[in-house]
Design a protein around this ligand. Structure first.
Ligand code: 3BY
Ligand code: FES
Ligand code: FE
Length: 418
């Protein structure tokens, strides 16, 4: 980054008005996008997928984080490992994006061959002085939390992921992520900056007007509302939600299911929040009829109505863990105005499509919701691109978590540039 760019970014960061959307360049400017990739996606723990993506030794998944490409694999001892997808000879990209099975990692260019531990095992014609021990693949830090895979591109990754791990291992254990299977996966390219995708995810102010499917199982009132302003029906619903949440939390915790809110969104490097939220009607799952989509419960859960354990991380993920299935979302920036949202639906590993679950029943709520959110992100970006754009205020009642995302982002960028 040029000195001038750094100074103007520092000035923008310094004058950010708390409680307001960010200024337009944060959503539109290529230099700021490059800084986001360097300081946010290059230095924090990034959620990339689940252990069931690479269930067996030799399974590999390549995830691109900006210009960095990472090979995530399971070695012969069953350990998950991550390497930069850059050949140590002349740098060729070795494995294309997506999932595959590999015995070794073989570079297509001159056939240098690496083991699943990253060691260089074979390189022809390199002469006597050549030391293969110095040419192993560069490692990327990897941490699996109860089967959710996070990687960090930094040389010294933030150590506070261990605080998140300690809490989340306990919350996630009942859903036994490692014994699930990816039943369906979708990649949706949103026509907007990644921060608009994240801001949109952190509120349900827009849910009532935009998510007819999601608001069947999910209570929008669980994400805040201005007291004393609802009509009679709205107030009844909000009160019902409040009472249900208290009763459910007590019941679930009595059953050994951690449920109460834990929130460290803007006071940690590795910011996160979790809470088990009640589901409306039958209480079972985030489906159109609120009934479990899959007949086989996760992790041997006996109680069908365990709500949805939600887990949100900074900078790039959110997840919903129910009794019968899991929906997990990864946000991967493409450029200043485009963002990939990768969604995976997980069911018990023994569940058979058409027998234990119907794919449409399993996926229809979030397929519809994702498209609605993509449309909202697109119109947000159009506004940010408009010369008349001026950052407006967040609602103190329904957009408190959006503020926490933006405040975290501004704080992390300031720290990186200091
Ligand atoms: O998926 C989430 O994180 C929820 C549901 C809708 C908006 N958001 C707060
Ligand atoms: Fe990979 Fe030459 S660049 S073997
Ligand atoms: Fe939404």
């Amino acid at each position: 980054m040029s000195g001038q760019t750094k100074e103007s970014l520092q000035a923008l960061l310094a004058r950010r008005k708390p409680g307001h959307a960010l200024e337009a360049p944060f959503y539109t400017d290529q230099d700021i996008f490059d800084a986001d990739m360097k300081y946010i996606f290059g230095q924090h723990w990034i959620y990339v997928g689940v252990e069931p993506d690479i269930a067996e030794p030799g399974d590999a998944m390549v995830v691109n984080i900006g210009k960095s490409s990472v090979i995530i694999t399971r070695d012969d001892d069953g350990e998950v490992r991550a390497f930069h997808n850059v050949c140590r000879h002349r740098g060729a990209r070795m494995v294309p994006e997506g999932k595959t099975m590999i015995g070794n990692i073989v570079c297509p260019y001159h056939s240098w061959t690496y083991g699943l531990d990253g060691d260089l095992k074979f390189a022809e014609h390199m002469g006597e002085d050549f030391d293969p021990k110095c040419r192993g693949l560069k490692k990327v830090a990897i941490r699996s939390i109860a089967g959710l895979i996070f990687v960090c591109l930094a040389e010294e990754p933030p150590e506070d992921i261990e605080d998140m791990a300690r809490i989340m291992e306990e919350y996630l254990a009942p859903h036994d992520v490692r014994n699930t299977r990816v039943a369906f996966e979708s990649d949706l390219i949103e026509m907007g900056n990644w921060k608009l995708t994240m801001e949109n995810n952190r509120e349900c102010y827009h849910c009532g007007a935009n998510h007819p499917e999601l608001t069947i199982p999910l209570f929008a009132y669980g994400f805040g509302y201005a007291p004393g302003t609802l009509d009679d029906e709205g107030q009844r619903d909000a009160d019902r939600y409040g009472e249900l949440a208290v009763a459910c939390h007590a019941r679930w915790e009595g059953e050994g299911l951690p449920s109460r809110e834990v929130e460290h969104l803007d006071d940690r490097i590795t910011g996160f929040r979790t809470e088990r939220l009640p589901i409306d009607r039958s209480g079972e799952s985030q489906t159109l009829d609120t009934k479990a989509a899959c007949r086989i419960p996760l992790g041997g859960l006996k109680d069908k109505s365990v709500g949805g354990l939600s887990f949100w991380t900074q900078p790039n993920s959110w997840h919903h863990f129910m009794g019968d299935h899991i929906v997990t979302f990864t946000v991967l920036p493409i450029d200043a105005g485009h963002t990939l949202v990768r969604t995976k639906w997980l069911v018990h590993k023994d569940a058979v499509e058409g027998v234990d679950y119907d794919l449409q029943h399993l996926t229809e709520v979030w397929q519809a919701t994702n498209q609605q959110d993509a449309d909202l992100v697109e119109i947000s970006q159009q506004g940010a691109d408009d010369p008349s754009f001026e950052p407006g205020p967040y609602s103190p009642y329904t957009e408190g978590l959006v503020e926490k995302f933006s405040a975290w982002y501004i704080g992390r960028m300031k720290a990186a540039l200091a």
